[in-house]
Design a protein around this ligand. Sequence first.
Ligand SMILES: *Cc1c(COP(=O)(O)O)cnc(C)c1O
Length: 386
Amino acid sequence: MEHSEWQFGTKAIHAGVTPDPTTGAIMTPIYQTSTYVQEYPGKHHGYAYARGKNPTRDALQKSIAALENGKHCLCFSSGMGAIDAIVKLLKSGDEIITGNDLYGGTYRMFTKIFHPLGIHFHFIDLSDTANIEKYIHHNTKLIWIETPTNPTMQIIDIQAYSKIAKKYGLLLAVDNTFASPYLQNPLSLGADIVMHSVTKYLGGHSDVVMGALVMNNNELYEKLSFIHNSCGATPGPMDSFLVLRGIKTLHLRMERHCFNGRKTAEFLSQHNKVEKVYWPGLPNHPNYNIAKKQMKDFGGMVSFTLKTASLEKTFQLASSFRVFSLAESLGGVESLVNHPATMTHASIPKAEREKAGVTDNLLRLSIGVEDYQDLINDLSQALEKI
Ligand SMILES: *Cc1c(COP(=O)(O)O)cnc(C)c1O
C-alpha cells in the first residue's frame, strides 16, 4: 500500500522509513559522515558529499513530505534557513506581500537582510482578503502567510489566498509551524510551499533546531534544491535522526496539545484577572469559522492579556510558574510561557508591535502534554500572586 493512502498516525510512524539495507536495522541509522567513497570518479551510490545528501536526512525529508501530502521536502539547519532559501528565489526589485503579525525572526530577516538587498515588502492586514489586491504590482512574486499567527492566533484563510495567488501568478508560501502537519496541510489548500520550523512540533522535544520546506512542483523543487546545496544551510544526520524519532509520536502529542490547549483557554476565559484570550477554538474568536474549515483541531498555543496593563505585574506573573518554564520557543512536550514584547518579538518596533496586539501585558503559552490539571493549578497559583 502506498503511504499516500495511509492515515496520519501510520504515516508518522512508517513513511520514508525502511529497514537499513545492510543490517536490517528497523531504525534509520545516523550516517555520521561528511563524504562517500567513489569507485571511480562520478561512480557512487547516489551520495557524493554530505552537504548535498545524507541518507538519514533523506529518510526524514520523505517522512515530512508524506505528512504534508507533498512530493518533495528539503530540510534546513533552522527554520530561518528554510525561509532564507525561499526569498532567494527572488531578485532585487521583486516584491513580497505578507502579514503584519509575523514571527519576529522572519520580520527581522525581511527588513534587515533582504530589504537592503532590494526586495520590497508589504506588511498588511491579511484578515480581510479584499485588502491585498491594491498591493499587487507587476513585480510582486510571493505571498507569505503565517497561520495561526504568532502570538495573537489570527487565522488566515489559506484557500482564499491561494485563489488570489493563482489569479496573479504569484507563489504562495505558508509558515505552518504553529499548526504542524497534523492540524493543517497548506499544499492541499492550494499553497505552493509549506515551511516548518521543525524545531517546534515536528521535533517536539526541545532538543533540535531545524527547518523544512515541502512542495509539489518539480521545477520549484529543483530551484530550491540548488539554493539548499549552494548556500549550505543543511542539517546534520544526528539532528535528522532525532526529528525522525520525534515524528513517530507527532499525532499522539498533538492530540494532547489540543486537549490541554482547550482546557487552558477555557480556564483563562473564566478568570477575573484575564482580559482577553487568544485561542482559535473559542467560538468567540474572530476567525473561528476559518479555523474550523482549514484545521483539524485548534492546537496548543494560547495567548492572553491581563486586565492590568502593568509590565511589572506581567513580569511577576511570567516568573511565578512552577510547571511552566519561562523560555522562547514552543511545540515541545513541556509547557512554556513567553513574554513576546520583550522576548520573541523584541526586534519589532513598539508601535508596529502594539498595532498587531503585542502589548506589554500579553503572555504566550505553549501548552505541553503534561496532565492538564497540573497546568491549570499552576496558572491559578501564579495569577493569585499578582
Ligand atoms: C521558530 C519559528 C521560526 C524560526 O524557526 P527556527 O527553527 O527557530 O529558525 C519561524 N516561524 C515560526 C512561526 C516560528 O515559530
